[in-house]
Design a protein around this ligand. Structure first.
Ligand code: ADP
Length: 177
């Protein structure tokens, strides 16, 4: 009886990840179709530490994860030092540049700042296991998928808040100190 009860109350990754139901969607970057100005808009309009990179919005297939600070530095540098990089330049994270008309502005390759194997769990993973993974691997964030599609993100702070809620304690005192 006890075990069953525990099972039915188990918090899953999908209960802790962002976005929550009714929240705006996850902010993602597509691998080879966004312009410099699109990514700059994301950087200016959000404060997240990083952004998942996906094949396309429609597919939501995960390609990797890019840190906000690396994006800012790389775009600033390219605008200053790389010939032909303008607001409408396409940014790509793929190996090869996407096919574009010859009249298009120079493209900006940012594959070198992409983390190609960000840690992921499925939405059904029990939070106990997620917490364990964060502890053991010292993760800053973990992406959540369902059937190979990107669904959400859990940051270290999300995990700490979850633990605090469970224990009703000060989050800073529990996990990583
Ligand atoms: P922290 O959790 O340390 O404040 P962030 O600033 O990256 O780190 O994230 C703030 C909140 O937004 C967290 O709850 C996180 O789950 C969520 N979040 C992080 N990255 C994204 C993103 N790209 N799109 C939507 N939500 C995000």
């Amino acid at each position: 009886l006890e075990a069953k009860e525990e099972f039915s109350h188990k918090t899953l990754a999908m209960d802790v990840m962002r976005p929550r139901r009714n929240d705006p969607v996850l902010t993602v970057i597509t691998q080879d179709s966004m312009m410099v100005e699109d990514v700059e808009a994301i950087i200016n309009e959000t404060t997240y530490s990083g952004y998942p990179v996906v094949v396309s919005r429609e597919s939501q297939r995960l390609v990797g994860f890019v840190l906000r600070r690396d994006l800012i530095i790389s775009i600033e540098n390219a605008r200053k030092k790389q010939d032909g990089i303008v607001s409408t330049s396409i940014i790509y994270f793929t190996d090869h540049s996407p096919p574009l008309p010859p009249s298009s502005p120079s493209m900006l390759k940012l594959r070198s700042i992409l983390d190609l194997s960000p840690f992921t769990v499925t939405d059904q993973t029990p939070m106990e296991i997620v917490v364990d993974i964060f502890r053991k691997l010292g993760l800053r964030q973990c992406l959540v998928t369902h059937n190979g599609k990107l669904l959400g993100i859990i940051t270290k702070k999300d995990v700490l808040k979850h633990i605090a809620q469970m224990a009703n304690q000060d989050p800073d005192s529990i996990l990583f100190n």
